[in-house]
Design a protein around this ligand. Sequence first.
Ligand SMILES: [Zn+2]
Length: 433
Amino acid sequence: METILLKNGLILTQNKNREILKGDILIEGNKIKEVGKEINEKADEIFECNDKLIFPGLINAHTHVAMSLFRGYGEGLPLHKWLTKKIWPAERRLTKEAVYWGSMLGMLEMIKSGTTCFNDMYLVGIKEMGEAAKKLGIRGFISEGLFNGVEEKSVEEHIKKGIRSIKEIKELKSELVKPIVSCHSVYSSSEELIRKAKELADKEGLLFHMHASETRKEVFDLMKSKGKRVYEYLQEIGAFDRNTLLAHGAWVSKREILLAKRYGPTIAHCPISSLKLATGGIGPVAEYLQEGVNVTLGTDGPASNNSLNMMETMKMTALLQKHKYWNPTIIKEQDIWDMATLNSAGFFGIESGSIETEKNADIVIADRKNANLVPMHDPRSVIYNINAGNIRNVIINGEWVLKNGEFKKVIPTEVVEKTEEFSKKITENTDGT
Ligand SMILES: [Zn+2]
């Protein structure tokens, strides 16, 4: 097996004791074999990291990566108008090929900003998104977001779509790309569809993922139609357990936070898209954490963010919680690192999220002598000042995906050109009128 020895790096390990070490990392095959002050074993490759900060790959727990095709499209419109006049008409023109290139572009952006794993739901081109992830060598959990409107119609047909997309992703036979089951939301998926989709996930031994409590309107509409708040409703219909990931979870009551504590779903906090769509509520991350609820971080799609940069999301999470509670100590920088790495790895059941023996070699190597990172009194605090320009080296599953600033598996200029071409095709003359 190929071995790589990373020498003399400053390592934010995220191990059990959350140690920060100056030392070496030995990678053998796809795993981390050893981490220590000085490793004197021979290796096929030695990579000097004296001026580097090394941390575990970040995990983007909720996104719609192909929406990079719509980045900046219809900017500045109110949400409903933006969706009905711009995004939905353009999405109706989406082709599988467009999704392939748009996804790949988004994945390049994620890798360049330190993300090595992502969780996605989208409406078309699921297989193509999987193919793009496989080609690039990034970890991905990929699904079709099932929705049928709030009335019970064609549930079986939608479940069949879910089954088909699971099959398509499994057929890729990739170690890195895995299926998950998703419903879009309580306002766009019927009760029966959510029940059946969750049953499908359980039957297949897969995780379940949906948007929940993103907006006040969603909460009030459900109160009106079902007489329940979103978490209460999901719990009653069987979609609120340890294998469930709820994106946003922002408009929730204290009672719902306690329900989450009791039943164990994971929350994917996506603060930037909530800010941009002006949904009002800032997710109560600090309260979730105080109750021991598992919280992860996501960018959401690049049409409502507009980037896929998890480092921005880490910074925004810290700032918003401090601001929301008028308390600069309400959340620690260490909590932010945990949310972006270990909490997600735990939910997705992957041996990633920390730099320790036997873990997957999903590793980000940043240039720490760049002006914006100097001095570095506490490496954990780089969440406030690191940017994608600092990252020129990324290893996923023991393989170089980005090395010395160069992507190893694709030609980025081709991806950029193709995405621009397809984006133009599907958005041209789409004013929805
Ligand atoms: Zn979303």
